[in-house]
Design a protein around this ligand. Structure first.
Ligand SMILES: C[S@@+](CC[C@H](N)C(=O)[O-])C[C@H]1O[C@@H](n2cnc3c(N)ncnc32)[C@H](O)[C@@H]1O
Ligand code: SF4
Length: 456
C-alpha cells in the first residue's frame, strides 16, 4: 500500500521537522566561530578544493510586494533608493574577504544571486553590481552562474545583461496558476507572463530554467494543482522545485493574512503532492530527492544518476563547490566544518560592513559527531541511502539513530541493513522523518516552542 493510501501513517509521521538544507539545522547552531576561525576554515576549504574556487551566494532582499506565504528574508519596498548603498556594501564585504584572505581576486566556481528578488534591480543596477563583482572575483573555467527571478518584474533587458555576464541558469518563482490561490496569497501572475520570461531566457542562452512551485497553499485542491501542473508541462522548464508550503506564522506574521482553515492538511495536503508528481512523471520529469523534479536532459538528473548530487542551503545542486561564501544581509556561508550567517537586519548589516567588520551574526563550528551525522543526512537526502562502513562511524550516535529507525522500519519506510539503511518507495514521503532519526541535536533538545514547519 502506498503512503497515500495509508492515512494512519500520514497521521503518525506528520510532525514538525527540519528540511535539512544543513546539519546541524540553524536553530541548533551554538558555537559561533570568531571572524579569525571562520576565515581560517574558508582558507582551508579553498586549499582543499584546489582548482574549484569558492561558491559565492549574493542575497538581494528587495521585493516590490509581499506574497503572504513567503518564508524568505525580504525587504518589501518600491523604492530603488536602497539599491546603491546595498550594492556598495556587498562589494565592500567581498573586499573584506579578499583582504583578510590575502587574495587580489577571489576565484569562484559558482555564483548564485538569490533573494528576495534579484530582478528587483533594474538592468543598469544589475550591470553595475556585476561589473563591481567581476573586478573583485574571477570565474574559474566552467563556472556556473544562476539567478532567482520573479516573472512579474523581470524584463528582456535584464536577461540580456545577465547572459552577457555569463548567467546560464534561471529559477522563476511560479508558485501556482490557479487565480483563486494567486489572489489569496497576493501573488497574481499569468501563464503568458511566465511563458514570455521562459522563452526570453532561452533565447538569451540560458540552458537551464527552473520553476519554483508550492503545494499546500490555501485553497489549493487536487483539481487546481493538476491544472497548474498541466500549464507547467506546457511551458516545459528543465527543473521543478515543488516545495511543501512551510507554515511558520510565529516567524513570518505575513502568513496570518489568510485563514488557516483554508490550508489543506494531512492526507489532503499529501494528495496534492502525489497528484502533481503523477502529472509531472507522465510528462517525462524524474523525481529527485525531496520535492524536486528534472528532465533527463538536465544536469540535476545526471548528477543523481552519477551519485554526485549535492544539497546545500539553496536546495539540490549538481555542482559541489566549497567553501560557500554568503554575501549580503542574512546570507549563509559553509566551509564544511563551520557555518556562519550574516546579520539579518539590513541597516546593521550595512553599518558593520562599513566599519570594516565581517557582518557575522551567528554560526556553528561542527564537531566530529556533527560531521558524521551531517554525512548520513546528506546521503539520505541525495541518495535515499547511507552506509556506515568506517569503524569511526560505528559510534554510539549511529547506533542510537538505528534504534530510532526501528519504528519507521517496522512501518516499511526504511530498510535497515548491517552496514547502512535505505529509504523504501513507501518511505519517500517520510524522508524528513527518517533524517530526523540521525538528528542527535534535535533529540537532545526537543524544542519547547515551534521551530519548524510540518514534515509531510
Ligand atoms: C526567493 S523566492 C524566488 C524568487 C522570487 N522572489 C519569486 O518569488 O519569484 C524563493 C522561493 O521560495 C519558495 N517559498 C517562499 N516561501 C515559502 C514557504 N513558506 N513555503 C515553501 N516555499 C516557499 C517560493 O517557491 C519562492 O519561489
Ligand atoms: S515569494 Fe519571492 S517575490 Fe514573493 S515575497 Fe517571497 S521572495 Fe518576495
Amino acid at each position: 500500500m502506498s503512503a497515500l493510501a495509508d492515512p494512519s501513517l500520514l497521521a503518525k509521521y506528520d510532525v514538525a521537522g527540519p528540511r535539512y538544507t544543513s546539519y546541524p539545522t540553524v536553530p541548533y547552531w551554538e558555537r559561533t566561530p570568531s571572524e579569525a576561525q571562520w576565515l581560517e576554515r574558508v582558507r582551508a576549504a579553498l586549499d582543499a578544493g584546489g582548482a574549484g574556487g569558492a561558491a559565492l551566494y549574493v542575497h538581494i532582499p528587495f521585493c516590490r510586494t509581499l506574497c503572504t506565504f513567503c518564508g524568505c528574508n525580504t525587504r518589501i519596498t518600491r523604492s530603488h533608493g536602497f539599491v546603491a548603498p546595498y550594492a556598495q556594501a556587498l562589494l565592500a564585504e567581498l573586499d573584506l574577504y579578499r583582504s583578510r584572505l590575502g587574495l587580489a581576486q577571489l576565484e569562484f566556481g559558482e555564483l548564485h544571486f538569490g533573494g528576495g528578488t534579484p530582478t528587483f534591480l533594474t538592468a543598469a543596477e544589475l550591470e553595475t553590481l556585476l561589473e563591481g563583482l567581476l573586478r573583485r572575483a574571477r570565474p574559474r573555467p566552467g563556472a556556473i552562474a544562476s539567478i532567482e527571478a520573479d516573472p512579474r518584474v523581470t524584463t528582456a533587458e535584464q536577461l540580456q545583461v545577465l547572459a552577457r555576464y555569463g548567467f546560464s541558469r534561471i529559477s522563476l518563482g511560479v508558485q501556482d496558476f490557479d487565480p483563486r490561490v494567486q489572489e489569496i496569497v497576493n501573488r497574481v501572475q499569468s501563464e503568458q507572463q511566465v511563458r514570455e520570461i521562459t522563452q526570453g531566457a532561452r533565447a538569451c542562452g540560458f540552458d537551464s530554467v527552473n520553476y519554483d512551485l508550492i503545494y499546500g497553499l490555501p485553497l489549493q485542491t487536487r483539481a487546481s494543482i493538476e491544472m497548474t501542473m498541466d500549464a507547467v508541462c506546457r511551458l516545459r522548464p528543465d527543473r521543478i522545485a515543488l516545495y511543501g508550503y512551510a507554515h511558520v506564522p510565529w516567524i513570518k506574521p505575513g502568513q496570518r493574512r489568510f485563514t488557516e482553515s483554508d490550508l489543506p492538511q494531512g492526507e489532503d495536503r499529501r494528495a496534492l503532492y502525489e497528484r502533481a508528481r503523477e502529472r509531472l512523471e507522465r510528462a517525462g520529469y524524474r523525481e529527485i530527492g525531496l520535492d524536486h523534479f528534472a528532465l533527463e536532459s538536465d544536469p540535476l538528473w545526471q548528477a543523481l544518476r552519477a551519485g554526485t548530487l549535492h544539497r546545500n542551503f539553496m536546495g539540490y545542486t549538481s555542482a559541489f563547490t566549497r567553501p560557500l561564501i554568503g554575501l549580503g544581509v542574512s546570507s549563509i556561508g559553509d566551509a564544511g566544518d563551520a557555518f556562519v550567517q550574516n546579520d539579518k537586519d539590513l541597516q546593521r548589516y550595512e553599518e558593520r560592513v562599513g566599519q570594516g567588520e565581517l557582518p557575522i551574526q551567528r554560526g556553528h563550528l561542527l564537531d566530529t559527531e556533527d560531521q558524521v551525522l551531517r554525512g548520513h543526512i546528506l546521503r539520505l537526502m541525495t541518495r535515499l541511502a547511507t552506509r556506515w562502513e568506517q569503524p569511526a562511524e560505528r559510534t554510539a550516535y549511529v547506533q542510537t539513530a538505528v534504534q530510532r529507525l526501528a519504528e519507521p522500519a517496522a512501518d516499511g519506510l526504511v530498510q535497515i541493513e548491517t552496514d547502512g539503511c535505505r529509504v523504501t518507495d513507501r518511505g519517500r514521503a517520510f524522508l524528513r522523518n527518517i533524517c530526523m532519526a540521525f538528528d542527535a541535536r534535535l533529540a537532545r533538545h526537543r524544542p519547547d516552542k515551534e521551530l519548524f514547519s510540518r514534515v509531510v
